[in-house]
Design a protein around this ligand. Structure first.
Ligand code: FPP
Length: 259
């Protein structure tokens, strides 16, 4: 969050009321972005971190309640060993350098996914980051890592099945709300807006349950190029789509520039 404007964006009540509460982002295109410049894929991931900072800072300034970023899917282990190793190193380094800044800005950081496959060192960094920021009251940042929507639903189902088996729950009394309560991010509003960069139009096993009613926004921009303006464009699209009337990108941009 360093060197970035962290002052809130004063939106009119009408616009503020229509903003998405929870934005989920599939950060795609790091590899292609790097390749286009004749650089190794990891160069794209490193520049992706800069885009992560911008997305977090802009979302917080807009007053978004939660942002969930897909950093590493359950399927990403299939990538070359070297790239996986470098990504893990990058996660450790980002956690080491960014957590204090997030904490200073009253933001809460959580890592969502099966953490058991990560190295001891990464698990410790995650634990430290989550503990440090757990009582913060600002925006919640979820980093989905070794996460899959099917995994999430399966874990919830197992937990419910265990309760049914030991008589704690009646199978006929199961409801959607109860299922939601057993999923990750149960305490957050469902996703309103899902953004995927790089032109791919897939959900790729992201938050399958939580995105049931999300508006899906696909942009051809590669993730490292996704900046403040790109996010505002996506949010503006959402506001207009959702309510059929509403603000223009210009309105929000003007408000931001006046800060
Ligand atoms: C997708 O691009 C990107 C990833 C799988 C990794 C995302 C990681 C970061 C943005 C950096 C670290 C983030 C955090 C939150 C610490 P791709 O490699 O699939 O690109 P391609 O489709 O062009 O090959």
């Amino acid at each position: 969050m360093q060197n970035q404007n962290s002052s809130p964006i004063a939106l009119s009540e009408q616009i503020a009321d229509q903003l998405p509460q929870h934005i989920a982002i599939i950060m795609d295109g790091n590899g292609r972005w790097a390749k286009a410049q004749g650089k190794p894929r990891v160069f794209g991931h490193k520049n992706g971190v800069t885009a992560v900072r911008k997305a977090i800072s802009t979302s917080a300034r807009l007053g978004i309640k939660a942002v969930t970023l897909f950093a590493f899917s359950s399927e990403n282990w299939r990538r070359p060993e070297e790239e996986v190793g470098l990504l893990m190193e990058l996660f450790i380094s980002v956690l080491s350098t960014e957590v204090k800044k997030l904490h200073k800005n009253n933001l809460r950081l959580r890592i969502i996914g099966d953490k058991s496959r990560f190295s001891e060192r990464l698990q410790q960094k995650i634990e430290h980051a989550e503990k440090l920021t757990e009582t913060n009251t600002g925006m919640v940042i979820n980093i989905a890592a070794n996460y899959g929507g099917k995994w999430d639903i399966l874990e919830a189902t197992k937990s419910i099945a265990r309760k049914v088996a030991n008589g704690e729950l009646d199978a006929d009394a199961l409801t959607e709300e109860l299922m939601t309560d057993h999923l990750t991010m149960a305490d957050l509003p469902e996703v309103d807006l899902m953004i995927r960069t790089s032109g791919e139009c897939r959900i790729s096993n992201f938050m399958l349950w939580q995105m049931a009613y999300a508006e899906l926004y696909f942009t051809p921009e590669f993730w490292p190029d996704f900046n403040e303006e790109s996010l505002i464009e996506a949010v503006t699209w959402f506001v207009n789509r959702e309510r059929r009337f509403g603000c223009t990108g210009e309105q929000i941009k003007t408000l931001m520039e006046s800060q």
